[in-house]
Design a protein around this ligand. Sequence first.
Ligand code: SAM
Ligand code: CA
Length: 221
Amino acid sequence: MSRQTLNLTDELYEYLLAVSLREPDILRQLREETACDPMARFQISPEQGQFMALLVQLMGATKALEIGVFTGYSSLSVALALPDDGRLIACDISKEWTDVAHRYWHQAGVTERIELKLGPAIDSMDELLAHAHAESFDFVFIDADKQSYDGYYERALKLLRPGGLIALDNVLRGGRVVNPDIDDADTLAILVLNEKLKHDDRISLSMVPIADGLTLALKRP
Ligand code: SAM
Ligand code: CA
């Protein structure tokens, strides 16, 4: 028994995947194609995709927002978990990467559910707020440039309905959050945000040590 989160060895991690991962073929194909991209480490892990899909189903979410699409693994995981009339607004600045995502959304038959907004995500979120989308989203996944996370978080809180959920990725920064010598701006931004969320009474909070750390922030009524 353990009173701490278990430190996963490679062997335990393989076991976890072997007995629980139910990755659809289309997601596996996307993961294999993305593995050839020099930025493949951007992609969330398959068990994190499955976890986020479960959260979306658990909430009965119909309207979701993603900040940071890359080649589409997380967006496709979420879109596949939405009902047929569900909607995912997906924000990114890269046409090249989101062209790959689009190809897989099409193959998976979920293009109708996904609207891509190309451009800085802060602008896309402000545009949503200006066009009556406030308090309407069930689920927001934040996984883009780390120094804008606080800006994304504040806008996400406005866009979410009460009881809606924000998931923020990479909150453990590969362990760099506990390195006293750290001075990279991305990790410093995450350190400040992690402290802020600890004391933010607008949300209920859990930091889940899956993959690189996923903070769940539920908007309180
Ligand atoms: N969620 C993706 C997945 O699971 O495959 C990974 C996202 S990747 C870590 C970060 C993405 O954020 C990149 O695709 C990058 O183009 C995008 N990005 C960076 N700065 C951005 C900005 N200012 N606005 C919108 N997207 C941005
Ligand atoms: Ca990430």
